[in-house]
Write a protein that binds this ligand. Structure first.
Ligand code: HEC
Ligand code: HEC
Length: 380
């Protein structure tokens, strides 16, 4: 059903190797020749043949043109459709860009404070259930509501017959496609290498340009950044601007919070079962059973890079505009009559249910939106 908006990848591009291994801190242990592995990963990422109906690739839901998120979703249809028409997941596809910077999933401390909502951080997926990019990359091929292959052998067979099969063998060795389990590992490694490349993690936004004197923010954008970092809005508490490791700003601390996102009544998971609530981190079976209650409703803080392009917002696609998101933080979650999808464990710094909102002025809201729009790659 998605065939109409699938881009055909020219084979030539595979050998251009436009993506140097410049990106993030991926933990994938790629052998020598990373550029070539990333370019094989690129070919896999765009290959629609790797879905059961040959109509869906990773890029269908993580399209570079829309910040590596799904261009086909909106407020009325907030989650991606699978290779099989009418099959839907429960979550709004996040960007696959900058995911390479998420550290492996781990327990950080046993203390829970309002500033440090969760004991856990990092990992892939909104609930961190896969620790690394390579582990994550194995799932979509076999997920019945995504690419829907029967098993790894089916995927490996398709790669054996792909136009880039020889490139795959030169990157990983002449026997790399002989054994299914080994080949499937290499496929995942190749995807992780592409997702770690500078093609996916561009750092080419107006914000990045402003840091090196190649763009001057408008007064509104500059004030938006000030508000974003300030104590009134507190956005940067979680969407960290000044990376503590000294690296570039990622606009996330890769920690887990419940910000009190509402139920999305347009989400198919809710439509088919009105009692459905997404437990977030509580559904990650790698956390301690003792932590399930206190982690319910928490989701990994998303990067805000390319946020202008990746609507709708939140794990369930509940909000369609950045203004709505700010109204959520400013007014909605603070309303004493409000009910969130998961009403427990909401970050205390958001003053949930206290009738004490952020008190943002209309100008501050406009400025915050304008600032967030400076995070769109492709300016430089
Ligand atoms: C049908 C749409 C769809 C397809 C196809 C798809 N994804 Fe995703 N992707 C999603 C959704 C939805 C999530 C979030 C799921 C969750 O958190 O449970 C996600 C999450 C991710 C994440 C985690 C991002 C983060 O910040 O945690 C990465 C990385 C990713 N996908 C890469 C891929 C790769 C690589 C492929 C191809 C092998 C792929 N995706 C295919 C919809 C899709
Ligand atoms: C306590 C931590 C925290 C604070 C403070 C915070 N956020 Fe968030 N933000 C999150 C989490 C967690 C999510 C994902 C929630 C979900 O999916 O349900 C999120 C989601 C978002 C999204 C949607 C991202 C997407 O890809 O769907 C935007 C936009 C956003 N926040 C902007 C802001 C702004 C602007 C502020 C300040 C007014 C702010 N946030 C303050 C933790 C926080």
């Amino acid at each position: 059903m998605r065939g109409n908006r699938i881009r055909v990848l020219s084979l030539a591009i595979i050998f251009l190797g436009g993506c140097g291994g410049g990106g993030g801190g991926s933990s994938s242990t790629a052998p020598a020749g990373t550029v070539s592995i990333a370019s094989v990963g690129r070919a896999i990422f765009f290959d629609t043949n790797l879905s059961s109906n040959s109509n869906q690739s990773c890029a269908s839901c993580h399209d570079p043109a829309t910040g590596f998120a799904d261009p086909g979703v909106n407020a009325l249809a907030p989650v991606s459709e699978g290779s099989v028409g009418g099959a839907f997941g429960n979550r709004n596809a996040p960007t696959a860009a900058y995911a390479s910077f998420s550290p492996p999933f781990r327990l950080t401390s046993t203390a829970q404070t309002s500033e440090d909502g969760s004991k856990y951080e990092g990992g892939q997926f909104l609930d961190g259930r896969r620790s690394t990019l390579a582990a994550q990359a194995k799932d979509p091929f076999l997920n019945p509501v995504e690419m829907n292959n029967a098993d790894a052998a089916e995927v490996v067979n398709k790669v054996r017959n792909a136009s880039y099969a020889n490139a795959f063998l030169s990157a990983f060795g002449s026997t790399a496609l002989d054994d299914v389990a080994t080949a499937y590992d290499f496929i995942a490694q190749a995807l992780a290498a592409f997702e770690t490349s500078s093609e996916v993690n561009q750092f080419t936004s107006k914000y990045d340009a402003s840091l090196i004197g190649q763009y001057t923010m408008t007064a509104s954008e500059a004030n938006g950044l000030t508000v974003f970092k300030g104590n009134k809005a507190k956005c940067a508490n979680c969407h960290v601007v000044d990376n503590p490791t000294g690296g570039p700003s990622l606009f996330t601390n890769f920690k887990y919070f419940n910000i009190g996102t509402p139920v999305n009544t347009m989400n198919p998971a809710y439509v088919s079962n009105n009692a459905y609530r997404d437990g977030g981190l509580a559904d990650n079976t790698n956390i301690s059973p003792a932590d399930v209650a206190s982690e319910r409703g928490k989701f990994k803080v998303p990067t805000l890079r390319n946020i202008e392009l990746t609507a709708p917002y939140m794990h369930n696609g509940a909000y369609d505009t950045l203004e709505q998101v700010i109204t959520h933080y400013d007014i909605i979650v603070a309303d004493s009559f409000y009910t969130a999808e998961v009403n427990d464990n909401i970050a205390a710094e958001l003053n949930p249910f206290t009738d004490v909102g952020l008190g943002l002025t209309p100008q501050e809201i406009t400025d915050l939106v304008n600032f967030m729009k400076t995070l769109t790659d492709g300016y430089m």
